[in-house]
Write a new protein. Structure first.
Length: 171
């Protein structure tokens, strides 16, 4: 082999090595992003199930602040759709509203809107606490029976999604 052929082979091997390294970096970055997202999700879940008392930061090292009581992990029913001619429409509920309580019983992961409303009968009034544009308001709704369902099931007339009520959404 002459010197020119040897140089071409060395250059080709260097290019292949560089391409291989780039492919590994790309794969590592993709896997790293995936793993980072899983770690972040795990952190969010841990924060939602944090203990009842949260200790604030100290403003001086030698003088600790007392623990701040923390509300139970609260959830909200995010209104996605309001059915026409429904109790919700009559009460003025709109998509984007976040229902946070039924007759002063706060929604939680276990006590969802559906669970709390099932304790009532059609025709009974309930008061819903709603977050709208950062303000909390109370709305009186008279439950009805679903138009295409059993007469003994209470119905508000909304489609909703349960979502955690984070610190930035709290009233």
């Amino acid at each position: 082999m002459d010197d020119n052929t040897k140089r071409i082979i060395v250059i080709a091997l260097l290019v292949l090595a560089a391409l291989f390294e780039c492919a590994l970096a790309l794969l590592g970055g993709t896997l790293g992003g995936y793993l980072g997202a899983r770690v972040a999700l795990r952190e969010v879940r841990a924060r939602l199930s944090a203990p009842e008392v949260e200790t604030p930061r100290r403003w001086q090292e030698d003088v600790p602040l007392p623990p701040t009581p923390r509300r139970e992990s609260q959830w909200a029913a995010l209104v996605i759709q309001v059915e026409p001619d429904s109790p919700a429409e009559d009460a003025g509920i709109i998509p984007g509203d976040r229902i946070i309580a039924v007759d002063d019983a706060a929604l939680t992961e276990e006590d969802t809107l559906r669970e709390l409303v099932q304790a009532y009968r059609p025709g009974e009034p309930v008061t819903l606490a709603i977050l709208r544009a950062g303000d909390t308001m109370r709305v009186r709704v008279r439950l009805a029976s679903p138009p295409d369902g059993p007469n003994d099931v209470p119905w508000i007339g909304i489609r909703f999604q349960m979502v955690p009520l984070g610190p930035e959404l709290e009233p």
